[in-house]
Ligand binder design. Structure first.
Ligand SMILES: Nc1ncnc2c1ncn2[C@@H]1O[C@H](COP(=O)(O)OP(=O)(O)OP(=O)(O)O)[C@@H](O)[C@H]1O
Ligand SMILES: [Mg+2]
Length: 301
């Protein structure tokens, strides 16, 4: 038998031990649901897109049940800009009038969703795209108008338009897909009782799905290391009281507000753990799932 040079053998053994490190996690997470929100840079950069797709496929092959929910803020913004329609946000949520809703549905369901489905399928997975309308999976209602209580626009009345909040998740279609080893890719568009489309922040959709499915983990990929404190330092573990305080003090702002909020809600709803991680890191999802330390911020009750 031809023997390996010593260094090469050491490398091989090292590789085997890296693989073995994943064993307890594979055992623990077999058959468990993972809801993963895909957004920010990870959805733009080609290398990151590929590494994300491969992570999801790998999870499915080793018996985990990943469910992908995607955002698409920048993509919607670009199309609106081309159409000469201004994007308006309040507390990180897009104010959605009728025309904007048409664009949101077109871009998210017609374009972004299909791109992700195609990318997963291209790399050997079996993905199917859904919005809340499909199989009546996600019912929603409009969020009420709101009076702004702080800042320079205090007392302004905010009409969110066609922005929704999830009222019910019907898991039937997801269970059906799971039986046949499909990976669901969910666009964050809900359906109202009267059948109209409602725009829902993707983080909140991921949180609602994770609660409805009693997921093992809710993982939110974003374009930053995780949640940061007032001095800009990464917070590895964030508790309920601290989170509330940081939102109140405006340290947690914009798009990070629904993210932290949905982590807290999902934990309340029976999800085992909730994570906000850096989608700019290749294989961020696998690192989160298969290492003790994880990456980014873990939110605790
Ligand atoms: N305390 C904070 N720590 C970290 N990021 C914060 C904080 N407060 C506000 N942010 C902002 O939140 C942003 C992340 O939310 P954002 O909605 O922009 O991205 P996303 O949800 O990952 O993507 P998308 O909305 O397109 O799906 C960060 O880029 C950062 O600018
Ligand atoms: Mg966001």
């Amino acid at each position: 038998m031809e023997s390996f040079p010593k260094v090469e053998m050491q490398n091989l053994v090292q590789r085997a031990s890296t693989l073995m490190e994943a064993l307890p996690y594979i055992r623990k997470f077999y058959g468990k649901v993972f809801v993963i929100k895909y957004g920010g840079n990870a959805m733009v950069d080609e290398k990151l897109k590929e590494s994300f797709a491969k992570d999801i496929i790998m999870m499915r092959y080793i018996g985990m049940i990943p469910i992908v929910v995607h955002g698409g803020g920048p993509q919607i913004g670009r199309v609106l800009e081309k159409m000469g329609i201004e994007s308006k946000f309040h507390q990180g949520i897009r104010i959605t009038d009728e025309t904007t809703m048409d664009v949101v549905e077109m871009v998210l369901v017609g374009n972004v969703n299909k791109q992700i489905v195609s990318m997963i399928n291209q790399h050997g997975g079996r993905a199917i795209g859904l919005s809340g309308k499909d199989g009546h999976m996600m019912q929603a209602k409009k969020i009420p108008t709101e009076k702004v209580s702080k800042g320079t626009n205090a007392n302004e009345i905010i009409d969110w338009g066609r922005v929704g909040q999830v009222t019910q998740i019907n898991t039937g279609v997801l269970e059906l897909l799971e039986k046949d080893n499909f990976i669901p890719v969910v666009a964050p568009v809900g359906v109202s009782d009267s059948g109209e489309a409602l725009n829902i922040n993707a983080d909140l959709v991921a949180g609602a799905l994770a609660s409805a499915l009693k997921a093992e983990k809710l993982i939110l990929l974003t374009d930053i290391e995780g949640v940061k404190d007032a001095s800009g330092k990464l917070i590895s573990e964030l508790g309920l009281e601290e989170a509330k305080g940081l939102i109140k003090k405006d340290v947690i702002q914009g798009g990070m507000i629904p993210k932290v909020q949905c982590c807290l809600d999902s934990l309340e709803g029976g999800v085992q753990s909730a994570h906000i991680i850096d989608g700019r890191v290749q294989h961020a999802v696998l690192l989160e799932i298969f290492t003790d330390k994880g990456v980014g911020t873990v939110v605790r009750k």
